[in-house]
Ligand binder design. Sequence first.
Ligand code: ACO
Length: 428
Amino acid sequence: MSDHAKLTYKDHSVDIPVVVGSEGEIGLDLGAAKLRDQTGMVSLDVAFKHTASTQSAVTFLDGANGILRYRGYAIEDLAERCSFLEVCYLLLRGELPDATQLDGYRRELNRHTLLHEDLKRFFDAFPKDAHPMGILSAAMAALSTFYQDGDTEDPKAVELDIYRLLAKLPTAAAFAYKKSQGQPFIYPDNSLRYPANFLRMMFSFPTEEWLADDDICNALDTLLILHADHEQNCSTSAVRLVGSGHAPLYACVSAGISALWGPRHGGANQAVLVMLEEVRRAGGNVKKAIEKAKDKSDPFRLMGFGHRVYRNFDPRAKILKSKADMVLNKLGVHDPLLEIAKELEEVALADPYFVDRRLYPNVDFYSGIIYRALGIPTDMMTVMFAMGRLPGWIAHWKEMREQGQPIGRPRQIYTGPNHRAFIPLNER
Ligand code: ACO
């Protein structure tokens, strides 16, 4: 295969170097070809459907074949056999830790689980019904004001910021929940594993200790692992874009949380449950929901269905579908929403509308049902996603900074008015 492609337009012609990834993906390197400098032209690709923003060694995703790997390891193996902290280590450092390394990592993290007492007071300022994603995004940006030593050029300072973020985000997330319930904050307990510590901060009281059992902690570990990275998605791209301007890492993560919030991205897990609940309340008629999703005059979409990259089964949804049964059985929960979800999936997958567009259940379709069984309230579900996605955001941010990527600054094709004579206010 030629290692150059040729682009010709009128009297312009340019050789474009071809870049081949380690899994055979082929990219046209318009930057190396200096397309704009050479020809005065730019590429136009609204919503980046055909554009790679970078070369990356973090995560491999093959949407056509339903493959997802972090640093070369299959998501199925990681979800089945690893803890979330091992996956954090893998994403951020490139290799799985041995037992000693993992122990050291956990000890380092545990030194940073508390929030500054002044930051704790910050939660009081929000209305009781504030969405926890808004609180979490604000809390992560606020961390930058407490840790102003965060020099993003200094690897040691970056390492410290990473420990702080991984350790403090669950504490801030649990405090946001406690605030919404009018309950006292529960401080972290560093003797517990990452998921157990978080669940205790959510559900304990000073008067009554609550500890999650191993099955529940393992289920949460799996969910966090499945969310941990997904290459250049909307929120990761937001983190990278903000980071490319050399903003503090805390501010970049705050931007990622805001990007994740919307129902077309991480907010879909909350939206799925709202949708399933509506179907249940309307008598469980899934066909009506399907017809509504197909109706082009109605903005409603089947939440938890479809994906920009997967045009086959989302491998994370497959894992979660079987996990949902297991978790609900173990907890003795009978959730009619799980039955509705399964029926919706079956009907949609037999419908030509969804088949033709290759719309399959995504990770959010079943995650909400498991979170619900674990006692996580609906508006905290996207927060859970953020907790899982945190190491992925940081791994991509770190890779970008190590690659020395310049500031992200897309071009545009201007379609507005040409130059117009200015008209003073009194003559308009
Ligand atoms: N329900 C009904 N129709 C859908 C759905 C859906 N869930 N998803 C896509 N379509 C239709 C579109 O209307 C469009 O139809 P058309 O070709 O007749 O116009 C076609 O399928 C292609 O859809 P696009 O919006 O072009 O696909 P895109 O790749 O841009 O969007 C997205 C992907 C945003 C995930 C979309 O499938 C969607 O809105 N899904 C529901 C929300 C959701 O579950 N989001 C979570 C994604 S996973 C994650 O971010 C963690």
